[in-house]
Design a protein around this ligand. Sequence first.
Ligand SMILES: O=C(O)[C@H](O)[C@@H](O)[C@H](O)[C@H](O)COP(=O)(O)O
Length: 237
Amino acid sequence: MASVRQFEDKASLGQDLCKYIAEKSSQAIQDHGFFTIGFSGGSLPSIVGNSIQQVSCDYGHWQVLLCDERYVSLDDKESNYNAYKQHIGRKLPTQVGGEIILDYSLPLEAAAADYEKKLRSLYPGVSIPSLDLLLLGMGPDGHTCSLFPGHSLLTETSSLVSFISDSPKPPPQRITLTYPIINAAKSVAFVCTGEAKADVLKKIICDNDQSFPSARVKLTNGEHIWFLDRGAASKLQ
Ligand SMILES: O=C(O)[C@H](O)[C@@H](O)[C@H](O)[C@H](O)COP(=O)(O)O
């Protein structure tokens, strides 16, 4: 069952989210010695980046990944990794233990396979790893990661990381986590702000409308929290 945390504005949301990240980080490191955290693009990196210096984490034990990545070079302004680096990575007091990033020198399909291989190498012998925390965003069409409404990737069950070459949101070529690994996560924080998301959020959270890809995030055994500001939560009963 998902729960909702509602905040007055983006700033207070970001502060609570960073406390949540710090909590999950110390639990994971105590439990298995490292913390896997997946970031998304959009507004998420700046929301986290504005408050990350207010918490303290053992960054040397972090393994950072991107929940989805645009198939562009890592220093491109379109790159989700670049957004993570600018808003968060370069503000951390120490380097993170590791980063799982797109190898843009490979063709798209091979880049997705390589990303999955790097991810799996953190969890030797495990068929579907349980990543510690995924920070997800949602587009106005209800997409999350690069899982778009009506796309064939929504029914992908064999790959943990897949590629898409016809994304309706530019750029068209991307790689993305798929539901099998998203839904195996230990925790997911969905971060949505602004009134433009309110109608879709009502349909997902109150009506469980599965036509929206974000509604298909249903963790097998993890904690699922919606972090919403006042505008995004305005249509929830
Ligand atoms: O690669 C992308 O295009 C983004 O990652 C995208 O999927 C984003 O996460 C959502 O559209 C939410 O964006 P906002 O948080 O800016 O609304």
